[in-house]
Write a protein that binds this ligand. Structure first.
Ligand code: HEC
Ligand code: HEC
Length: 350
């Protein structure tokens, strides 16, 4: 049993009242089976939304973790979710374009996985609005794990251990696709990142250097960085909106418009969190930038004109920041790294 799992159980048994109350605040549905999982909401974070039909349990999270790391989810048993979502990189892929089991590369950079319990849209274009159904996409996707669901279910149902694990988590040993999706989503929601140097600074446990402090001010300064309108100071460092940042004047990838088919959405992509940004290079939906300095330089002077360019960028003077000011912003971004996320054994391969 995992350390968190153990804490969850003990919490439920010993401090039944207090614990039940806490779980109720985020986890309201009936539990079909399993031990309620205690999701710790970090101070300053908004309230997460856990779907009523998939309450988190200790058993469900543990099962999801095992599935996330299991090569059995791919048609030829060589790859898992973790092949492209590496813990060391805040669960993203250091390669510009990930490669699936048939050695075909996609056209978008993989996304980091943490704090997904607060997210409403998934993928760069928000093409999925449900973390449960999202989990099925990479399993069947021809450029990812490329496995028909009937084959996945046949393998799981014939497995010596999985039927009993599904029994514990969902009350049935006949494994169905929805149960696989729910377990993986539960594990993903358990991956919380809230312990960076900046968090410790906010809690009064650590101080920022002069340069980091200056970077924070520039990040908040509407005439300089003005990063906070999109990468919001809500604990999550994203507004979860779709924005055109002027990466191109003509986009090869329509982004949000490929879902909405609205020309006003061309070139808009989901604002990514800036938490753990030092760990998740390369950057942008197509991984075009290798360094944080290139990203800041883009906002300072590299942005292109586009009819959909966000007013928070189009109204800015090009070259408004000095080299030292951009370096300070990068220094601040580096304080957002949460080393406990990449070292936490509860999130690593079981
Ligand atoms: C071959 C590499 C690859 C594999 C394997 C893979 N992913 Fe991904 N993942 C990606 C890429 C690339 C994206 C971005 C795709 C896009 O936006 O079109 C992504 C995006 C996501 C997102 C969206 C995150 C967000 O913030 O919107 C989630 C969640 C996710 N993957 C979970 C999984 C799970 C669960 C598995 C295993 C069942 C998995 N992935 C397997 C490459 C991969
Ligand atoms: C108008 C909203 C907006 C503003 C203002 C903005 N960003 Fe972004 N940022 C985005 C969006 C949207 C993306 C993804 C763009 C894409 O890939 O097409 C992004 C991507 C990034 C990335 C790459 C993230 C990744 O995971 O690949 C970094 C780093 C970044 N922004 C830093 C900053 C900094 C620093 C500032 C201030 C100087 C800033 N941003 C201002 C919306 C914004």
């Amino acid at each position: 049993m995992t350390k968190w799992g153990l804490i969850g159980c003990l919490g439920a048994v010993i401090f039944l009242n207090a614990c039940t109350k806490e779980i109720e605040s985020v986890n309201t549905a009936e539990f079909a089976s399993g031990t309620p999982y205690r999701l710790e909401v970090p101070p300053g974070f908004p309230k997460p939304v856990i779907p009523a039909n998939n309450p988190m349990t200790v058993e469900g999270v543990a099962l999801g973790r095992r599935l996330f790391y299991d090569n059995l989810l791919s048609a030829n048993n060589t790859m898992s979710c973790a092949s492209c979502h590496l813990q060391n990189n805040a669960f993203t892929d250091p390669r510009r374009f990930s490669v699936g089991i048939d050695s075909i590369a996609g056209r978008r950079n993989a996304m980091p996985l943490f704090n997904l319990a607060w997210d409403r849209h998934f993928f760069w274009d928000g093409g999925s609005t449900n973390l449960e159904s999202q989990a099925i996409d990479p399993i069947v996707n021809p450029i990812e794990l490329h496995q028909p669901l009937t084959e996945m279910l046949a393998k799981l149902n014939a497995h010596p251990e999985y039927p009993a694990l599904f029994q514990k988590a969902f009350g049935s040993s006949t494994i169905q696709t929805a149960m696989v999706a729910k377990a993986i989503a539960q594990f993903e929601r358990s991956i919380i990142s809230a312990d960076s140097k900046y968090d410790r600074y906010l809690r009064g446990e650590e101080s920022l250097t002069e340069q980091e402090q200056q970077g924070l001010q520039l990040y908040l300064d509407v005439d300089k960085g003005d990063c906070f309108h999109c990468h919001t100071m809500n604990g999550l460092f994203t507004d979860y909106e779709f924005r055109n940042t002027g990466l191109d004047s003509v986009y090869a990838d329509d982004g949000r418009a490929s879902i909405t088919l609205n020309p006003d959405d061309v070139g808009k992509f989901k604002t990514p969190s800036l938490r753990n940004i030092a760990l998740t290079a390369p950057y942008m939906h197509d991984g075009r930038f290798n360094t944080l300095m290139e990203c800041v330089e883009h906002y300072n002077s590299g942005f292109n004109n586009h009819p959909n360019l966000d007013p928070n960028i189009s109204t800015k003077e090009r070259g408004r920041m000095t080299q030292a000011e951009m370096e300070a912003i990068v220094a601040f971004l580096n304080t957002l790294t949460d080393y406990s996320l990449i070292q936490n054994p509860n999130f690593s391969a079981p």
